[in-house]
Design a protein around this ligand. Structure first.
Ligand code: TMP
Length: 213
């Protein structure tokens, strides 16, 4: 069985991290070793960049600088985590990948999409997820789920309008992206969302040949 690369995407509060951890566990139980990754982060460089990127004290951060730092973190994640895991035969379940850069930096911040595309070509190249799941929910709901006593990070401090642009960006990319994207309604209960995810990943497990081209 060839290892597969699965990405979970979505705005804040859609349950990505919880679902990513669950899926990695579920795959292991099916006899498929799986590595959980996250962006920005997951490597020494990525975690340092993540701290900078989320720090509300660094404001304003020019949107293009933000895009470059996201791709810098991604470059380390690809070479140090994703490619070695896939080469060793492990599946990779990644909490965010390049679609976050399209949704947040292009649609959210207004970085020209061509610039994000150019970075995508340069840094990600031919590496494409076998499946990108967009966990979709209204920003009001996502942000309410995230609300807590902790200080909000630089992104969580953004307006509902910002997150609505990000959400619409994801949906647009999924429409343009074809069969390797699915949109899952994440406004439902965790267990219901999980069921859909397991079904989608289960299909990937069972129908390897159709995804090998
Ligand atoms: P989170 O993964 O804990 O949600 O936090 C990461 C934040 O970084 C989140 O607000 C989305 C943002 N982000 C981007 O803006 N562009 C990217 O390419 C990535 C990977 C994350």
């Amino acid at each position: 069985m060839t290892a597969r690369f699965i990405v979970l995407e979505g705005i804040e509060g859609t349950g990505k991290s919880t679902h990513a951890a669950y899926l990695a566990d579920w795959l292991a139980k099916q006899g498929q070793p799986a590595v959980a990754a996250r962006e920005p982060g997951g490597t020494p460089l990525g975690e340092r960049l993540r701290a900078l990127l989320l720090d509300p004290g660094i404001s304003p951060m020019p949107p293009q600088a933000e895009a470059l730092l996201m791709f810098a973190a991604r470059s380390a994640s690809i070479s140090e985590v994703i490619l070695p895991a896939l080469a060793s035969g492990a599946w990779v379940v990644c909490d965010r990948f390049v679609e976050s850069s399209y949704a947040y930096q292009a649609y959210g911040r207004g970085v020209p999409i061509e610039q994000v595309r150019a970075l995508d070509r340069q840094i990600v190249g031919k590496l494409r997820p076998d499946l990108t799941v967009i966990l979709d929910a209204p920003p009001e709901l996502g942000l309410a789920r995230k609300a807590g006593p902790e200080k909000k990070d630089r992104f969580e401090q953004e307006s509902l309008k910002f997150f609505e642009r990000v959400r619409q960006g994801y949906l647009q990319r999924a429409r343009e992206g074809g069969g390797r994207y699915i949109v899952v309604d994440a406004s439902r209960k965790l267990a219901e969302v999980r069921k859909d995810l397991v079904t989608a990943v289960g299909q990937l497990l069972g129908h390897k040949a159709s995804r090998d081209n």
